[in-house]
Design a protein around this ligand. Sequence first.
Ligand code: ATP
Ligand code: MG
Length: 424
Amino acid sequence: MRQSQLFTHTVHEPPKGATSANQKLLTMAGFIDQIAAGIYAYLPLGLRVLEKIHAIIREEMNAVGGQELHMPALLPKSSWTPTGRWDSAADVMYKLKDTSDNEYCLGWTHEEVITAIAKRFIHSYRDLPKAVYQIQDKFRNEARPKSGLIRGREFGMKDLYSFHADQADLDAYYPKVLDAYRKIFTRCGLETKLVEAPGGSFTKTFTDEFQVLSDAGEDTIVYCPSCEWARNKELFKEYPMKECPNGHDNLQEAKSIEVGNTFKLGTRFSEAFKLTYHDEAGKSQPVVMASYGIGPGRVMGTIVEVHHDDKGMIWPASVAPFDMHLVRLGDDKDVCKEADRLESTMEEDGWSVLHDDRNDVTVGEKLNDADLIGIPLRIVVSERMHRQKSAEVKMRTEKQPVIVPVKEMGEYLAEYRKKIGENS
Ligand code: ATP
Ligand code: MG
């Protein structure tokens, strides 16, 4: 991709009123644009990152038997009657009427909708277990959306729903999804803690949250630095403890961002919708359910919160908008030719390349833009480098570049591919 042709360009001023690093940096670099509080457009660079996160999520959801589907966002009032959430969850819903006075809301979660659909297809123990997921926008009337992509009023969610014959089958499946979640976050460059949390409007029992330690977080967790144990502060207040279940008494508190949440729903929704099946003895039984959410946009915002410096973003290779930022300095004819040649050979080798081919931009601006956009590998070609038949290669995470002879570039990048392969 030629940077001169890119729909967006960087801006130097942070957006007015922005307090979080993700909102500032993503906006300044042209990845997102705020339409209203908590409502964002994903621009070409931002969408590339989001789609990479989606691809990772899809791979891991498919690996635990999830089948992708897509439910509507415009939902009739009648969907919510069996559980009573039209009234009990009214605070979070955007409700609307059509010209015939029919009432709807914009989907803020889909347990009710998927349970009604499942009722048409699950009748017998032979139809179980099943797992389906979607990646789709949700709408919630969030009171204070002020953390960029971390809290939107319209935001993307991957929601997986699983259906089981009994609790034992759910209990066997559930940890597989927790493992898939761990893989997703690790692959996205996020270190998570699995945190016990209250169930909110979904379930009366505890739920499991995946939290990333960050001062930008709106949650607080209590965790044990000596083992894996962690509990959301909200739940901890209800169930305080002096030491963790492993007997460590040095519990710590930290701010964190909830990137995923999984719920053992039990039979709450299946009973409300009379979603039952006939067991082997022909007896009618309620289906046991669970739901599992991840916010891909929030994941993207969180990656920026934990991977940035004072110059800009530092994308992990797995989710970077491009693999390489090829920066041409000066407009010497031979240098231009060399940059074009490098761009095509790298693309032939399967790398995605953002080629800064702009002529009307200073060296300083080009390098600042590269730092702000945060592509993991920067390759600079200039007259000086061209004379040495070399290019200057710098990892975004490192301070100093290395000089690589252009003849050896293929080999150098093959090594790099191995290295990032090992980390993903
Ligand atoms: P929070 O407590 O942060 O408001 P929640 O517990 O209400 O979130 P869930 O219903 O558990 O959210 O949603 C599943 C996932 O969707 C969350 O773990 C998070 O990654 C994402 N998510 C939830 N609300 C938002 C939002 N307003 N903006 C962006 N992502 C969100
Ligand atoms: Mg949650």
